[in-house]
Write a protein of this length. Structure first.
Length: 425
């Protein structure tokens, strides 16, 4: 472990929670150099929805490399890109009545896609300000960071983060306060001090922000609010998309029509860097190369993404299995809550993006540490790191779910008894 401490920047973070050297990974399992097997409930923070090294995706990539398919080609036309455009359109967009959206390939990270969406919204509307929400997370480059709530990340900016007005997310003040009515009033009032925004950027389930869930009703009201005040609606589906909530997009069947959608994390299906903005045709006011980047469209990622969509999204059976597994995980989590803290713990989230909220971050961290000792990789999220968050591959086997939840159950018991002993002494 010395080499990492000696030679790698102290900005490294996840490795501090899981201080072993990993060597292999398959499906929902990580294997360390010393041969220990871990169940992966972090899955690249939602990047590995189809698990590690899925054999179908791996074979597609190996075949492509074997034939000397393009690895890098700037944004030139390649067969790999052609196949992705055709497949994504046929199996994802068209069946959902979304054939009107164009695909913009940005630099390969989520933050790149968010930057492009914010830039385009400002360009198209001629307005500067963006509305974003409490506890929202959109990435760590300056534009995306300005829209992000988290103080720890914002503190790293070194310059003022501007042109964003922060609004309360759904249920931020509890379920009796209608935050959309609040925002509407602020936007209607010419003396509220809130400039008319270019766009609203929102997560339907806040991934890093602690698994806060927006209801279909709240999203519909937000959509309407955007039309009323002529703001564009950007859904950041980087973490909640690609099947995580039980449908390809997190907002399906909510009856909303976002102007732009950002996708990254699990889009390549294989953990390869890849990001895209979906935008309505009439918004496509970019001049050629106006928003640029050397790594726009990663050909290896086109190959694995195409294979993933062909393999998992031909019909509804995969989405159905996600909903079934999500229900099972939620049931097991409810049991943990009933057993260990019916008054202090509660289950949050949607689909396979769910977790248990604890009274404080210290307890949640201690639970995750104990789970890791027993072979479960799991992390916290939320404003205070208080939510123990399950983000396992959607392809995880039922037996692995049961085993992982057994470990989590024991971790809650051990951490809580330690916590109580500390408080008593
Ligand atoms: C992870 C994430 C991002 C940023 O993606 P990076 O690849 O880390 O830049 C943006 N939005 C959401 C919702 C995310 O979860």
């Amino acid at each position: 472990m010395k080499i990492f401490e000696l030679n790698e920047s102290s900005v490294r973070s996840y490795c501090r929670s899981f201080p072993v050297v990993f060597k292999q990974a398959r499906g929902a399992e990580l294997i360390s150099r010393d041969g220990r097997h871990y169940i992966d409930f972090l899955a690249g923070a939602g990047t590995l929805n189809y698990g590690h090294n899925h054999p179908v995706l791996k074979q597609a990539l190996l075949d492509y490399i074997e034939q000397d398919g393009l690895t890098h080609g700037l944004d030139m036309y390649s067969e790999a890109k052609e196949a992705f455009l055709e497949t994504f359109n046929r199996l994802i967009l068209e069946p959902r009545g979304m054939g009107e959206y164009l695909m913009q390939f940005t630099g390969p990270t989520g933050a790149n896609a968010v930057e492009a969406a914010l830039k385009l919204a400002r360009k198209v509307t001629g307005r500067q300000s963006i509305l974003s929400f409490t506890n929202g997370f959109h990435g760590c480059t300056l534009g995306a960071l300005a829209a992000t709530g988290n103080q720890h990340h914002r503190g790293g900016a070194g310059v003022p983060l501007g042109e964003v007005a922060r609004m309360p997310y759904a249920n931020y003040f509890g379920d009796k306060v209608n935050t959309i009515a609040m925002i509407d009033k602020l936007l209607d009032d010419p003396s509220s001090g809130i400039d008319k925004p270019a766009a609203v950027i929102v997560e339907v389930v806040q991934g890093e922000g602690g698994l806060n869930v927006a209801s279909a009703e709240w999203m519909r009201k937000l959509d309407k609010l955007c039309r009323k005040h002529e703001m564009l609606l950007i859904v950041d589906d980087i973490q909640a998309g690609c099947g995580r909530t039980g449908s390809f997009f997190s907002f399906e069947e909510m009856g909303i029509r976002p102007d732009m959608i950002t996708l990254s994390k699990s889009l390549s299906g294989y953990g390869l860097p890849f990001a895209m903005v979906l935008l309505r045709k009439e918004l496509d006011q970019w001049k050629p190369g106006e928003h640029n980047g050397t790594f726009r469209g990663n050909n290896h990622a086109f190959v694995t993404a195409t294979a993933a969509i062909e393999h998992f999204w031909r019909d509804d059976s995969f989405a159905q299995s996600v909903r079934t597994k999500g229900k099972r995980i939620a049931e097991r989590m409810q049991k943990i809550v009933r057993r260990h803290g019916p008054d202090s713990l509660f289950v949050k989230g949607r689909g396979m993006m769910i977790g248990i909220s604890c009274p404080d971050g210290e307890l949640a961290t201690s639970i995750c540490r104990k789970a890791f000792e027993q072979g479960l990789v799991i992390e916290t999220s939320g404003a205070h790191g208080e939510v123990v968050k399950c983000l396992c591959p959607l392809t995880i086997e039922d037996a692995q779910i049961e085993k992982a939840l057994d470990i989590l159950d024991h971790a809650f018991a051990a951490a809580l008894s330690e916590h109580q002993a500390n408080q008593a002494s």
